[in-house]
Design a protein around this ligand. Structure first.
Ligand code: UT7
Length: 339
């Protein structure tokens, strides 16, 4: 950790990594469980399959695999990290999984904590990490977006179970002192008054405690979602926040190399791109293979496109996360890659 607060000028994105569970469940597989079809799921969502954690897998393990790949790309050792931010709504332990990730990596000098903002979590964590770097409080940070929603999906509810999958994605970033800033701008929003359209609520059962007192049992209900309302929220708010960010930063849609949106539904990606006049060949999508992996979608997609050469050093990326809360945000990023 930086010994004294030296104000730095910006942040640099140095490495990324991702990991997904071994087991893939196809649309046809799901058709054995609920009344659905491959053609319905593909045409309404763009999803063909999703990965689901097995009995021998955990969020901490997937996160560690993704993080190790990001560290390797950057050429950093784990003990050079000052902070680990794990964006997740589905930790292995409700008290948080970030310290377990820290232990698995051997990141002995890093403080580690979880950050919860559902599908916006990775973007919120990236922006949070940037503040520590910009103040000079820290020099190197690992941000992980990881979720295992398969543990919380009602697999008998065809309206929601077809959408979700499990994954982890990681990004390592450092403070710059030379004027470079890979986070060119950001906007974050929350609106709890609309939160009921997508929830993972606590059970409301109460048990006797002592005398007349009761206590609420632990545990949560499966995901409750009003799909149409979430869809309307996304296609209204995401183009609006991206437009505002582009205006604020003086950026034209043509200046962007890539649009990297939370991977929720191909129709949402297409609608947002159309509103922003971004051509479909500049819209990143891997929904077909993984479905909606919540906080993991953006870093997993980033990693895939960096490793296959689509995203190159210097490319500019407009990103937006959105989901439960309700929460949403946008960031204008530049990819630097390893020094
Ligand atoms: O990170 C954010 C997470 N959430 C989201 O991104 C959700 C956003 N919403 C969506 O992606 C879409 O609303 C869905 C994909 C969830 C649903 O698509 P839709 O076009 O809004 O379908 P719908 O809910 O209007 O349902 C149309 C019909 C209904 O049948 P009826 O009432 O017209 O007879 C549903 O019962 O499709 C039926 N249906 C299905 N049929 C086959 C709903 N789910 C399925 C299914 N297979 N899996």
């Amino acid at each position: 950790m930086a010994e004294s607060l030296t104000r730095t000028s910006g942040v640099v994105l140095r490495g990324c990594g991702s990991a997904t569970p071994n087991r893939s469940i196809s649309n046809e597989d799901l058709g054995q469980r609920v009344e659905t079809s491959d053609s319905w799921i593909r045409s309404r969502t763009g999803i063909a399959a999703r990965k689901v954690v097995g009995a021998d897998e955990s969020l901490a393990e997937l996160s560690a695999q993704a993080a190790e790949r990001a560290l390797q790309m950057a050429g950093w050792s784990a003990d050079s990290l000052d902070l680990i931010l794990l964006a997740t709504s589905t930790p292995d332990d409700l008290f948080g999984s970030a310290p377990r990730l820290q232990a698995r990596l051997g990141a002995t000098n890093a403080v580690a904590f979880d950050l919860t903002a559902a599908c916006s979590g990775f973007l919120f964590a990236l922006v949070t990490a940037a503040q520590y770097l910009r103040t000079g409080a820290m020099a190197r940070i690992l941000v992980v977006g990881a979720d295992q929603l398969s543990r919380w999906v009602n697999w008998d509810d065809r309206r929601s179970c077809v959408l979700f999958g499990d994954a982890a994605g990681a990004l390592v970033m450092e403070a710059s002192t030379d004027g470079r800033d890979d986070l060119e701008g950001f906007l974050l929003r929350s609106d709890g008054s609309r939160g009921e359209v997508l929830q993972l609520p606590q059970v409301s059962e109460r048990n006797p405690l002592v005398g007349d007192s009761t206590h609420q049992c632990g545990g949560f209900l499966p995901i409750q979602m009003n799909g149409q309302e979430v869809y309307k929220f996304a296609v209204r708010e995401v183009p609006a926040i991206l437009t505002e960010l582009l205006q604020e930063t003086g950026t034209k849609a043509n200046d962007l190399n890539w649009l990297l949106l939370h991977q929720a539904n191909q129709r949402i990606l297409d609608a947002v791109a159309e509103r922003l006049s971004v051509s479909s060949d500049r819209v990143l999508s891997n929904l077909a293979h993984y479905g909606n992996t919540s906080a993991a979608t953006i870093p997993v997609m980033l990693d895939e496109a960096v490793r296959d050469g689509r995203i190159e050093a210097g490319h500019r990326i407009a990103s937006s996360g959105f989901g439960a809360g309700l929460s949403w945000g946008a960031a204008l990023l530049r990819w630097s890659g390893p020094a």
